[in-house]
Design a protein around this ligand. Structure first.
Ligand SMILES: [Zn+2]
Length: 420
């Protein structure tokens, strides 16, 4: 994530509180219909929970061409087909509003997509690599184009990259915060490095699909409920609603309704005109369970700070990490709760109550704030907290694309900082 990257003026929208752990996803005890749940589960079905992928081996990039499979398409894939697969793996609607995700460079001459290069950052070295391998599509986690250009000149390194991509006929795509947010994405991969635990999302994402508004209200009895539902059915022939009810101990009904944006105003007017329903009416957007920025894990088995450091070194494939011990903490202190955000994650994890923060970078004063609250901090440098996810994503992408497509991870992509 680089909301938090200093060079970008994006703003991070933060909701108030920690939301909805995975265990809530079953909604046991409520009466949400399967139709209702489909709104929030649709995404999840595309994103299998992070498979235990083991530590990524940085620098061990190699092209992967999976053996053919009868379930895979045999024909060459075009850019449109690949973009559809990328969207299935991480919907761009999950990206932060300030971000610049999606297709950033589209060649004028369509050509089959035979080689895809995955990289965390698109640098000149990575572009050299892409051109040398006749790459057709570069998937760069960080968007190489972010601020608007008024000209394309050779004196600016990002403008040079744009020109080179166009001249080489290479498409460029960036998923960025959609990968951070999606269930099984960058942040789930990062927190998995600490071992198993009960994982929840720090900044909950909300549904942006068609049925994106939830109206909750209560009715005194069946007669009132039926009367209101009859009125609601007249809105757009009732096709915009999904409804479920729970009977309360007093004999009344608690109603949950989801509706399309186009029907929201009319539905709200009907419910507000009813004196009882209007008093209890609550309009929200359904959460996308498992999706959003940052993760909090309550570890199944607490570990020492020292063990946490070793686990993250292994997970990130790094010989060194930076550690700030929380006040009153030692290397032997136990870590039970861990808050993580890939990249520069202070704006997401700051203030979260946890024994340990893990992110790529935090400022001096942000670290001091955490330490004073008794929270230890592990920093890996920015992109080192993100890059290993490319290995996971390559597996998912190759599983969905035909064997006519080679997916490689850049060998030239690396964090600009190194410990010397
Ligand atoms: Zn980042």
């Amino acid at each position: 994530m680089f909301s938090r990257c200093r060079g970008f003026s994006g703003r991070l929208l933060r909701s108030g509180s920690i939301a909805l752990s995975r265990s809530v996803s079953c909604r046991t005890g409520t009466c949400f219909s399967s139709a209702h749940l489909s709104t929030s589960r649709r995404l999840s079905s595309h994103h299998p929970v992070l498979s235990a992928s083991g530590p990524p081996v940085l620098g061990a990039a190699r092209a992967v061409r999976l053996p053919s499979d009868s379930a895979r398409p045999a024909a060459h894939m075009d850019l449109k087909g690949v973009l559809e697969v990328l969207e299935q793996l991480a919907p761009l609607s999950l990206a932060e509003s300030w971000d610049n995700v999606g297709l950033l460079v589209e060649p004028s001459e369509p050509r089959p997509i035979e080689t895809i290069l995955l990289t965390n950052d698109l640098t000149a070295a990575v572009m050299d690599e892409a051109v040398a391998m006749s790459c057709d599509l570069i998937v760069s986690y960080h968007p190489p184009l972010f601020r608007p250009f008024k000209r394309l000149l050779q004196k600016d390194w990002k403008q040079r990259l744009a020109v080179r991509a166009v001249e080489a006929g290479v498409a460029v795509f960036s998923p960025h915060t959609s990968w951070d947010s999606v269930e099984g994405g960058v942040n789930d991969w990062l927190v998995a490095g600490m071992g198993s635990g009960k994982v929840s999302v720090l900044n909950q994402a909300h549904c942006s699909g068609p049925h994106k508004h939830r109206l909750e209200f209560s009715c005194m009895n069946d007669e009132q409920l039926n009367r209101l539902l009859e009125q609601l059915r007249h809105i757009d022939a009732g096709e915009t609603f999904q409804c479920s009810t729970v009977r309360s101990e007093s004999g009344g009904q608690q109603v949950n309704l989801t509706c399309l944006s186009s029907a929201l105003t009319a539905a709200a007017q009907i419910l507000l005109s009813d004196s009882h329903a209007s008093r209890s009416l609550n309009i929200t957007q359904p959460p996308l369970l498992g999706c959003g920025q940052g993760r909090l894990s309550v570890l199944d088995e607490p570990v020492s700070v020292s063990t946490a450091v070793q686990r993250m070194k292994t997970h990130l494939g790094l010989p060194h990490l930076r550690l700030a011990l929380g006040e009153q903490q030692t290397l032997e202190s136990l870590v039970k709760t861990v808050a993580v955000c890939a990249g520069s994650g202070a704006s997401v994890i700051q203030g979260v109550k946890a024994d340990l923060y893990i992110t790529g970078e935090m400022s001096h004063h942000e670290v001091l704030d955490a330490v004073s609250a008794g929270t230890s901090v592990i920093l890996s440098d920015h992109s080192n907290s993100e890059r290993g996810f490319l290995t996971v994503f390559r597996q998912r992408l190759t599983a969905r694309l035909g064997d006519t497509v080679t997916v490689a991870i850049s060998q030239r992509d690396r964090d600009p900082l190194q410990v010397v």
